[in-house]
Design a protein around this ligand. Sequence first.
Ligand SMILES: CC(C)=CCNc1ncnc2c1ncn2[C@@H]1O[C@H](COP(=O)(O)O)[C@@H](O)[C@H]1O
Length: 206
Amino acid sequence: MLRIQSEFVEGFGALAGLGPAISVFGSARTKRGSERYLQAERIGELIASAGVAVITGGGPGAMEAANKGAVNGGGVSVGLGIELPFETGLNEWVDLGVNFRYFFARKTMFVKYSQGFIVLPGGYGTLDELFEALTLVQTEKVTGFPIVLVGTAYWTPLLDWLKNTVVEEGAISPPDLDLIRLTDDIEEAVDIMVNSARPNGFVAAD
Ligand SMILES: CC(C)=CCNc1ncnc2c1ncn2[C@@H]1O[C@H](COP(=O)(O)O)[C@@H](O)[C@H]1O
């Protein structure tokens, strides 16, 4: 119990003065030098150039790339790491790092301290973060919170499934699909975020 509480206290303390920030998610397995890695790096750089901090899961792959871009763009590079059995530690491009034992405490920080999510191709971890954000926006626990998927080829089959199966089944309504933006254009992705200019955080005062 105390450990859980201390994770929240430590996270809030470390991030309180952060200012505007955007979270970037994507696969921990994205390879250095790959097209996707370079794309994540460029996204980090564009966000930083707009004077906005970049928040990632602090790990390898797309997270590392976005943190690297943030540093190269002269911005604040945040990593919210997670303790895992196969420890990899925070990547070398994280300037402001916080480590968590619990995914749920860490997930609170991404939403509370960023104004939107940019989501690159990824696996279960990325999908978890994407669907948690969608649930929070759908239920209006957060408002004005853009969620942008980057990579049309990767994401279109998922969006088709949501449209053709999940909406058809009545499990979500058609407007729920509009909560997701999809693009291959990383400048557009960053523009959507930066222009949303919403104050960070949950609707309720925590
Ligand atoms: C090589 C490897 C698996 C390292 C794991 N190291 C990690 N470090 C930090 N965050 C992580 C890690 N693995 C998953 N995550 C979380 O889940 C997402 C990536 O998971 P995935 O690779 O898409 O499913 C990230 O956005 C991050 O928030």
